[in-house]
Every structure is written in C-alpha cells, then in structure tokens.
Design a protein around this ligand. Structure first.
Ligand code: DP6
Length: 402
C-alpha cells in the first residue's frame, strides 16, 4: 500500500480532534517560540459528539502551492504556528524514512491542501485552537505515515493543543529540557474512568475575547508576582492533589480544586499590569449561583471553571444535571427559542423544591445564557475512515457541504 501511495497523484487523510478544558490551568510560557509552559497543567477532554474539529490534509504533485481553508474560508497557511506543525511532522516523517522503516511513502516535496471545520458555531466563542491544532497534527501525521509521540508537535501550534491529543484526563508536564523534548501530554486516565462525570457549557455570548491568551499570558509572566508564586509553589501541590481526586473519583475534591484553580488563574489576570479581565458580571453571577447551590445541598454538587473568555464550564455528576439545568433555566430564562436552550446529551426534567428556589434562584437575568451544551469526557483524536467524509474533493478543493 505504501508503494502505491508513492505513485498516486493525490493522497488524503481526515481526522477529528476534541476540545479540552483545563482544571489546573496553563498560563505563562518560559519559551514563547517552542511554547514551553512555566507550569504543568491538567485537563478533561470533552466528547467529540458535541464539540469537535474535523481536518482533511491532502498532498499532490499537481498542487502548485500550500493552501488552508478554515470553516470553508481560505486562511493564511503561512501562519508561523501552522508552519511549525507542518515542519515538525515532516521532520518526523523524514527521520522515519531515514531509518528505512518507510521507503516508498508520499513525497515530502508535494504541496499540501488543508481544510478544517468545527461542528459547533464559531460565533459561540467555543472556537478552540486546541482542537484545531490537535486535528491538524493528527491529519498531517496520518498523511505522512508518522506514528511517533505527537503531543510535542501539537504543542507548537498552541500550548493547550497538546492535551487534546489524548482522551479522558490529561496532564501536560512542563518538562525541564530547554529543547522541549520532555514537555509532553500524558493520559492520566481514560474517558471511561469516571462514567458519571458530566460537563455543562453555559454559552453566554459570541463576543471576541478582549486580550488573546498568547499575549495575555506573556504580560502576566512579565508583571505578575502571583503568577510566579503559582507556578513555583501552588501548581506542583495542586497537580498531585488533582491526580489523586481523579484517580479516586472524588467529586468533592475535584470540584473544589477546579473552582479554586480557575479563580487563581483569574486572580493572576487581575495581578497582571495592566490588568486583564476575562470574568464578566455574568461570570460572577454564575459563580455565586454555583456556590449558593452547593451551600443549599451542603456539599460540592457543581464546579465551575472559566478560561480566557466569557463561557462557563460546569462539572457535575450525572444525577445532578437535570436539577442544576433547571436552576440555570430559572436563573437565566431563555429570551427566545426556549426549546433549543439545552443541547447535546439529553437532560431529564426536574421539579425544584420551594426551598431550593428560594435559596438559590435570586433575581433572574433573562437572556443572559444563550444555551447550555450538555457533554461528557470523551476520547482523543480519531481517524475518519469513510472517504465520503473528506473535506476536500478529488480536485483537492473544499467540497461544498449541505
Ligand atoms: C486559559 O493554549 O490558547 O485556556 O499556547 O499561546 O496558544 P497558546 O495559549 P492557549 O492558552 C490556554 C489558556 C487557558 C488555560 C488552559 O487551557 O490551560
């Protein structure tokens, strides 16, 4: 088959890759070119049935230039991070061939076409560079027949992307070496490890974030003493604790620590100079709601985490989802199309007790939450075998999709 691939004028591979949400946050680089972090981080990979990127990579001797399409629109293939991923995958392919493992494979000198799409609306502020780069690297690796450790390559696209190379619960270990060869993602536990764990994404707005992560974290590294303390003292302790909570499926411990770490990440943003604000008034409403809900029940039933944007991500166990979704619906009544308020995995109905409503639902804010996406931990990148699913046609151009 490899010999045939060399003679074919067009080779193509399609993969999908997931989004991940960090519970111990990555914020700050010690090397901005290689994307080496100042602290290790830990995330949960979300299920691709709800959130995924699909990418097709094709190579042909008939292509005259490298080209890239994102959600159907042509984009800059010369972007330094796209180029870094391409260069690193080709380097691994060359190494493999040099060692004689794969002699008749696809020519590395052919130009490539890449098309990438998300199965979720980009406008919802869920667009994830993590899923995008994890998918790009997976598709390129498949195209060139590379089977090596690829999280190191995905890291060159976006730091958080290296964690999307695995399913379930994933650690990105910071590593010690200056060349980054030990700054890798490792699976802590597969997605099957904690079957009751659920994730609710509260999509609050399509606004663009004020300061991007890349620029924001660099200013934090340069100006925040809290970030330095966090990286040196707090994260090493928390990482060990979080691994234990996950291993033991201890939701109380997991949820508490996830909330504390999200809060400390946002504290380092405030400690940055000039300060960066990702949390909004609505984020603070959601945080307060989660704490009132937990206080009412007397233990941690839900846990929030926020990244460099306004959407809230809530962790809960399956038996809590219906009640909490009803609490969110009462607190943020949908302005329009209330039937589409809950998306993703099915959510049962729940009746709220008067005590619960009185204690937890204070001044409703109509329309503040656009919709809730119900999902759960899921697997890492997947190969798409069915050729009808390729995003590029036989001519190497994006297929028009219905
Ligand atoms: C707040 O991975 O987007 O989501 O490495 O510069 O591409 P770059 O940054 P990025 O930063 C993610 C920051 C975060 C926390 C996290 O995912 O760990």
């Amino acid at each position: 088959a490899a010999a045939m691939a060399a003679e074919r004028s067009l080779a193509m591979a399609t993969c999908t890759a997931p989004v991940n949400i960090a519970v111990i946050k990555y914020w700050g680089k010690r090397d901005t070119d290689l994307i080496l972090p100042i602290n290790s981080s830990l995330s949960v990979t979300l299920h691709q049935d709800q959130l995924k990127t699909t990418t097709t990579a094709a190579a042909s001797r008939d292509f005259t230039e490298d080209r890239l399409w994102l959600n159907g629109k042509e984009a800059d293939v010369g972007h330094p991070r796209v180029q870094a991923c391409l260069r690193e995958v080709r380097r691994l392919a060359r190494k493999r061939r040099g060692s004689g493992e794969d002699t008749a494979a696809l020519s590395l000198s052919y130009k490539i076409h890449i098309a990438s799409e998300n199965n979720f609306p980009t406008a919802a502020g869920l667009a994830s560079s993590a899923a995008g780069y994890a998918c790009l690297v997976s598709a390129l690796a498949r195209l060139y027949g590379v089977e090596e450790e690829l999280s190191e390559v995905a890291r060159r696209g976006s730091g958080s992307a290296c964690r999307s190379m695995f399913g379930g619960f994933v650690q990105w270990q910071r590593g010690e070496r200056p060349d980054g060869t030990d700054s890798l993602a490792l699976q802590v536990a597969p997605e099957t490890h904690w079957p009751e764990l659920r994730v609710l994404v509260l999509v609050v707005s399509g606004e663009k974030k004020p300061v991007g992560s890349t620029a924001g974290m660099q200013t934090s590294v340069e100006t925040s003493p809290l970030l330095k303390h966090r990286a040196e003292v707090v994260v090493p302790e928390r990482l060990a604790q979080m691994m234990r909570h996950i291993r033991e499926r201890d939701f109380e411990g997991f949820g508490q620590l996830a909330m504390r770490d999200s809060n400390q990440f946002h504290a380092t943003c405030l400690d940055t100079f000039p300060p960066i604000f990702y949390l909004t008034d609505l984020s603070r409403h959601i945080i307060a709601l989660a704490h009132r809900y937990n206080a009412h029940h007397g233990h941690t039933k839900v846990a929030y985490t926020f990244d460099a944007g306004p959407n809230a991500v809530i962790f809960a166990l399956a038996d809590t989802v219906a009640e909490f979704v009803e609490v969110v619906r009462r607190s943020f009544p949908p302005a329009t199309n209330g039937d589409q308020f809950v998306r993703g995995l099915p959510v049962g109905s729940a009746a709220l007790s008067q005590e619960l409503v009185a204690a937890v639902v204070t001044e409703p804010l109509p329309g503040a939450v656009q919709y809730i996406l119900h999902t759960k931990p899921g697997p890492g990148p997947q190969l798409v075998d069915d050729p009808s699913q390729h995003l590029l046609g036989a001519d190497g151009l994006p297929r028009s999709r219905a």
